[in-house]
Write a protein that binds this ligand. Structure first.
Ligand code: B12
Length: 327
């Protein structure tokens, strides 16, 4: 039987286990299935429901008032509050540094503008606000402050039911269009410190991982550092990546991964890296990027020439080292 165990469920729903158990016992908020060993197994519908209830309770509703409402009613209540408070809450959450990142005022304003255009503007308004950010910020600030903060905030607003999934899709798609324009400009300018033959890096994401923005940003960072880099699109099997590496004579395979909840089948990171290692000549390096757990990092360390980057900052430092070593 598929489903979330209580730990993953609580992580995703933004509630602690103790509170959830109490809500189930006292108010019957959800009634999860049970595994063969009698452990709770929660469904997507349970997740949807509990997230909405958490949002309403956080905004001052009593649990006893909302616990037994049907999901449509919960959704209506959330969107009613949203239409009144949305603008205020976007400004508040940015001003109070919800993302724990330090925003400059300009970046915070641009992020706010884009999120508001997602909530009440046309698709063209969303595109324009992203384009505006690209025009007024330098490349680094646009990529590593604005885009990162924007997507983080959108994730938070979706998580709390203030933006819908379609808005997250629309925003990511518009961001990616801008990233492609930017990357082709950078490539045509041939910015960077390396002259003569450059190391070639090929980028993709692990099979099953559709999160590609950070990987595209990593690929742009490689071009910015003066290296030769190409993005092969997301979700590429290890065998095909190894064939592309051979075909182009590339030296570095860079693969973006994501930590996904149970039920989302991303090929395991270790299997993918092992597969790739087995198909690539020994001298070629495999770089894995993303939120990879320490225990996996340790196991990856046992493979030849595999490096792990948990952040774009760490990745960019390595790119700088590589670029300088080629001078
Ligand atoms: C945009 C987005 C999507 C988009 C992706 C579109 C696209 N084309 O890329 C869509 C809508 C498709 C999507 C789908 C899903 N998503 Co999503 N998504 C996000 C969101 C909002 C932003 C991610 C992003 O691009 N951030 C910007 C980049 C720059 O930052 P980053 O990803 O955090 O990466 C940092 C590091 O991890 C690292 N890094 C990451 N990758 C790489 C790669 C390289 C090479 C390097 C060097 C570094 C690196 O560098 C970055 C900065 O330092 C996050 C929310 C959030 N708060 O992060 C959720 C989030 C990542 N998604 C999540 C989930 C659960 C899903 C879905 C399962 C939802 C669903 N039920 O359908 C699916 C899974 C699809 C799949 N199989 O891959 C969860 C993951 C939770 C978890 N850890 O278990 C998050 C955290 C949302 C949440 N709070 O629940 N998602």
């Amino acid at each position: 039987m598929a489903g979330y165990n209580i730990k993953s469920f609580c992580n995703l729903a933004g509630i602690n286990e103790h509170t959830l158990r109490a809500w189930e016992r006292r108010y019957g908020v959800v009634d999860p299935d049970r595994s063969l060993t009698n452990r709770r197994l929660y469904s997507e519908e349970d997740l949807d429901r509990v997230r909405l209830i958490v949002t309403l309770v956080e905004r001052g509703h009593g649990i006893s008032q909302v616990a037994s409402l049907p999901v449509e009613k919960l959704r209506n209540l959330v969107s009613k509050i949203d239409s009144v408070n949305f603008e205020e809450s976007v400004r508040d959450s940015l001003a109070s540094g919800v993302s724990s990142q330090t925003f400059s005022k300009k970046i915070s304003e641009l992020v706010t503008k884009t999120i508001l255009s997602l909530s009440s503007g046309s698709p063209q308004d969303v595109r324009n606000s992203i384009k505006e950010a690209r025009l007024v910020l330098n490349v680094e600030a646009f990529l590593f402050d604005y885009v990162t903060s924007l997507l983080y905030q959108i994730g938070e607003f979706c998580f709390h039911g203030k933006l819908r999934i379609w808005q997250e899709h629309q925003a990511t798609e518009s961001v990616m269009q801008e990233l492609y324009v930017l990357s082709s400009e950078i490539r045509s300018m041939r910015i960077g410190v390396v002259h003569g033959p450059r190391p070639l890096l090929l980028f993709t994401t692990i099979e099953g991982n559709h999160h590609q923005v950070a990987t595209i940003m990593a690929y742009i960072a490689a071009n910015l550092a003066g290296l030769d880099a190409y993005f092969l699109g997301p979700h590429l099997p290890a065998r095909d990546l190894s064939l592309a590496m051979k075909h182009y004579g590339a030296q570095f395979a860079v693969v973006g991964v994501q930590k996904l909840p149970p039920g989302e089948t991303q090929k395991t990171i270790l299997e993918y890296a092992t597969d790739l290692r087995n198909h690539l000549p020994e001298g070629e390096e495999i770089w894995m990027g993303g939120p990879i757990e320490d225990v996996i990092v340790e196991n990856l360390g046992k493979l030849e020439k595999v490096k792990v980057f948990k952040s774009l900052v760490a990745f960019r430092s390595e790119l700088e080292r590589l670029a300088v070593s080629q001078k």
